[in-house]
Design a protein around this ligand. Structure first.
Ligand code: FNR
Length: 384
């Protein structure tokens, strides 16, 4: 393939380089994948207003997200098993984000541990927390994130129970991985990936293995995780998490205006309008379609971010025009990582930035902070 020029080029490259079960894990949604697809296609419904003969020099995409300065309003979303797209994946992605001046969020379900990522980066990153039944473990995770200098804690609220993902079931993706003839064949056809993986010690869930009594390997981890996501999670839990953490708090996985109002009442610094990239409630609306209603519901009470389906700098711009203060990418950076390691994530960020900058200019804007509904032809498309 010639030099990749957009995110879909990296998607195709990653498919060639990453064993199928791990590529599919990233590239899929739950059940019929209707929400997963809608996240992307709804962006195409928003039309941009072209302007000409206005001064487009000295442009800047810089802004801030949850109080952190960013070179563009695009953070790397937390993604579990990132270290299976590429050996040491979380470290490489964090380094790429750091160099580009955007936040990296480490997932609870990462392969590299909080301490591993902290040891290989210079600037603070963000940590994402799943609320598990074992509250002692959660408390210790929060303390570890604090000790590692993480500058924000992101609590994910939309995974009290796991949405069913058919591709993972069909591929037999599990912890520990089942070594069937099929999975061995998948690995055998990706020797480059296997060699890199053999060259690293980081192959288990570093935040969990060795930090929970009785969980010392992948096999005991599987049993522990299966019963750990907490179906009893409530807003009261956010209070004690907030108290224990004591720093910047971001609530992720809000798709309903009622929930958004509850999130704002917790005093959190930001909320993320998100349906987990279409991996949880299939049949739910896209995040971008819910953004205006949620902004109406919370007003200025809390900063609002959005993720799901962002595949270009144009999508970032559309989200900002509708009022999002920041956006996140999950799959786009995973494709870059799977295709080419850190260089792939670097390039995905560069591509998004270039697309954002050029689109801003063609819309007649010089500063990202000046973007608004006036840049869209039908800004009321998703209003209720
Ligand atoms: C996720 N997501 C996710 N979210 C979270 O809070 N904790 C996690 O561990 C994960 N894991 C995860 C794995 C993979 C492979 C994907 C694709 C996604 C959801 C993620 O943070 C984000 O909400 C979506 O990825 C955004 O959608 P796009 O950008 O992938 O379309």
């Amino acid at each position: 393939m010639s030099k990749p020029c957009d995110v879909s080029d990296y998607q195709r490259l990653a498919q060639k380089r990453v064993p199928r079960m791990f590529f599919d894990y990233a590239d899929s949604g739950s059940w019929t994948e209707s929400t997963y697809r809608r996240n992307e296609t709804d962006f195409q419904r928003l039309l941009l207003r072209q302007r000409v003969a206005v001064d487009m020099t000295r442009r800047s995409t810089a802004t801030s997200m949850a109080g952190d300065k960013v070179s563009m309003p695009v953070a790397l979303a937390p993604t579990g098993l990132t270290g299976m797209q590429h050996a040491d994946g979380e470290i490489l992605a964090a380094q790429a984000a750091e160099q580009f001046g955007v936040p990296f969020t480490l997932s609870t379900m990462s392969i590299c541990s909080i301490e591993d990522v902290a040891a290989h980066t210079q600037k603070p990153f963000w940590f994402q927390l799943y609320v598990m039944r074992d509250r002692d473990f959660i408390g210790r995770l929060i303390d570890r994130a604090k000790a590692a200098g993480c500058s924000a804690l992101m609590v994910t609220l939309d995974l009290q129970i796991l949405g069913q993902r058919h591709k993972d079931i069909r591929n037999g993706l599990s912890a520990p991985p089942k070594m069937t003839l099929n999975s061995l064949l998948q690995l055998a056809t990706r020797p480059h990936w296997c060699l890199k993986m053999l060259g690293t010690r980081r192959r288990g869930f570093g935040n969990i293995i060795g930090h929970v009594s009785g969980v010392s390997d992948l096999s005991s981890l599987g049993a522990w995780t299966a019963e750990q996501f907490d179906p009893q999670l409530s807003w009261d839990d956010i209070d004690w998490i907030r108290e224990r953490w004591g720093g910047k708090l971001i609530l992720k996985g809000i798709l309903d205006p009622e929930d958004a109002r509850m999130a704002a009442r917790t005093g959190a610094d930001a909320l993320i309008v998100s349906n987990h990239g279409g991996r949880q409630l299939d049949g739910a609306p896209s995040s971008i379609a819910m953004l205006p209603t949620i902004l109406d519901a919370v007003g200025d009470d809390i900063e609002v971010h959005v993720d799901g389906g962002i595949r270009s700098g144009q999508d970032v711009l559309k989200a900002v025009c509708l009022g999002a203060k920041g956006t996140y990418i999950g799959r786009p950076f995973l494709y870059g990582l799977g295709a080419a390691g850190k260089a792939g994530v670097d390039d995905v960020l560069r591509i998004l930035h270039q697309e954002l900058d050029t689109t801003m200019a063609l819309c007649g804007e010089r500063l990202l902070t000046n973007l608004g509904r006036h840049n869209l032809l039908e800004p009321t498309l998703f209003d209720r």
